[in-house]
Write a protein that binds this ligand. Structure first.
Ligand code: 4AD
Ligand code: MG
Length: 462
């Protein structure tokens, strides 16, 4: 018999049919006459109840059915008399695939802390919480592709191994095949990278943007969606060493077009999740965050507030609030500042623009004032920065001047500069941190809980 997914047999329209289900046991309870098993197969947060009458099954047969065991059941789908479910299965056949010893199975009991579950990241997808988060994450990934594909953007795959440092922060993971205990040296004692795999130093990318610009200035509108790596030692609930980023890059867009796209894009993703992941989001709301759905709907309800960095700093200075990090014109805003603007002052997501050039990357378009660049950060409640982007400096001389000012090694940048030498155009783009979006939509509070296998300093176990 063909296997049914549990999500397809929970409503009454299949009642009366014979069904076959396969999954993992969540609980078993009952009495001498009948045993009830809650079975989950990952297709939905909801379990199906399976009824084992003890005149058909022996105690001995049911003994291996403990929490975590995997089973295959056939039976009749009937309307349920019990509360909490519309249908249940009257079992006629049972096959046990794998037992899970009640003494040693780590998820035998419910209600483990998220911290404990991080230590068993190989098993946590079997919990309700992580099932819900993983389904929402998958739905958001689909929404992202759908949003851009429907708009005629092309999906561009940019390299993970690179020789250039896009963000200029220097926090890169080196990639090498040189023997670390016996490095080849040049005559002057430096490491001889000509003997390395690529013949020069390389690292894992921090962003696909520079290559994204090559795509945008050729086929118009592109987006990337892939892993990026940052070796910064930030042990915060919002930073990962390996995270996924979505980076659209568009020829002929200015900063306003860029903001409009960013706002439409995140709103689309949030709405998609609300429309398609309702059960999971309701579960997460019930378990972790009573405000979740109201917050998601709140973001959709109004236009984001747009203002300049300078205006933002003025508001922060006048706020009278004591911040841990001092705020002044020129300071890099901390998450406490961003969240003050969003959560307390405006009570809506904020797009801050025109940051001081000193705290932003070399590629951003310089404003006439000589002090600021056409940057934009989208700031969200509970998260802080969710998107960072800018209009790009398309003028060859101005870009060169900035590269020289910052001492960026020119020889590594020749291919990037060619976009400004040949048929340069105004263009813009941004990067959305995928896990920060998943954090926001699921209401989870630690970024380690929205990626299946988190990579953070001193942690790469699974
Ligand atoms: O602001 P960032 O560094 O911007 C860029 O990388 C640009 N090249 C993007 C572009 O214009 N194409 O990073 C973009 C976003 C941030 O707003 C944040 O959401 C996320 O990526 N992000 C991180 N997420 C998790 N862990 C980290 N360590 C992150 N660093 C940045
Ligand atoms: Mg940023």
């Amino acid at each position: 018999m063909k296997r049914s997914k549990i999500k397809d047999i929970l409503s009454k329209d299949k009642v009366g049919e014979k069904v076959s289900v396969k999954g993992w046991v969540r609980t078993r309870r009952g009495n001498k006459n009948v045993q009830f098993v809650a079975l989950n197969d990952g297709s939905t947060i909801n379990n199906i109840q399976i009824v084992f009458p003890l005149d058909r099954f022996t105690e001995e047969q049911l003994k291996p059915i403990t929490t975590g065991a995997s089973i295959h059941v056939e039976g009749d789908l009937v309307e349920s008399m019990g509360k909490g479910q519309a249908t249940e299965i009257q079992a006629t056949e049972l096959e046990v695939y794998g037992t899970a010893d009640a003494e040693t199975y780590p998820l035998q009991k419910k209600g483990h802390s998220l911290e404990f579950l991080r230590e068993i990241a190989h098993l946590r997808p079997r919990t309700n919480t992580f099932g819900a988060v993983l389904r929402v994450r998958s739905a958001l990934a689909y929404a992202i592709h759908k949003f851009f594909q429907d708009k005629g953007f092309y999906y561009l795959n940019t390299p993970l191994i690179t020789a250039s440092d896009c963000e200029g922060a220097g926090a890169m993971f080196q990639v090498t095949t040189l023997p670390l205990n016996e490095l080849p040296k040049t005559e002057d004692g430096a490491v001889d990278y000509s003997q390395d795999f690529f013949g020069k130093p390389t690292a894992l990318t921090v962003s696909g943007q520079l290559e994204g610009e090559l795509g945008a200035t050729a086929i118009g509108e592109i987006y990337t969606f892939g892993p990026t790596f940052r070796a910064e030692n930030s042990n915060t609930p919002r930073h990962l060493a390996e995270f996924w980023m979505i980076e659209p890059e568009m020829a002929f867009y200015d900063i306003t077009d860029n903001m409009d796209l960013a706002e439409e894009f995140v709103k689309y993703c949030i709405k998609y999740a609300l429309d398609n992941c309702r059960d999971d989001i309701e579960f997460l709301q019930k378990m972790y965050d009573p405000e979740l759905i109201a917050r998601l709907e709140g973001v959709l309800a109004k236009p984001f507030k747009r203002l300049t960095y300078t205006e933002g700093v003025e508001i922060l200075e006048k706020s009278g609030k004591k911040f841990e990090f001092p705020v002044y014109w020129g300071a890099d805003l901390q998450s406490e500042h961003e969240r003050y603007l969003v959560e307390e002052h405006f009570k809506t997501p904020v797009i801050l623009t025109d940051y001081p050039k000193e705290i932003k990357a070399f590629y951003m378009k310089q404003n006439e004032d000589g002090k600021t660049v056409r940057a934009m950060d989208v700031l969200f409640p509970n998260i802080g920065e969710i998107i960072g982007g800018s209009e790009r400096e398309e003028n060859y001389d101005k870009l060169m001047a900035r590269i020289e000012e910052l001492n960026i090694p020119m020889k590594d940048m020749w291919w990037y500069l060619d976009t400004r030498r040949f048929g340069t155009v105004p263009h813009a783009g941004f990067g959305l941190g995928f896990e920060r979006l998943v954090l926001f939509v699921t209401g989870m509070t630690n970024i380690r809980d929205v990626i299946p296998f988190p990579r953070t300093p001193k942690n790469a176990e699974f």
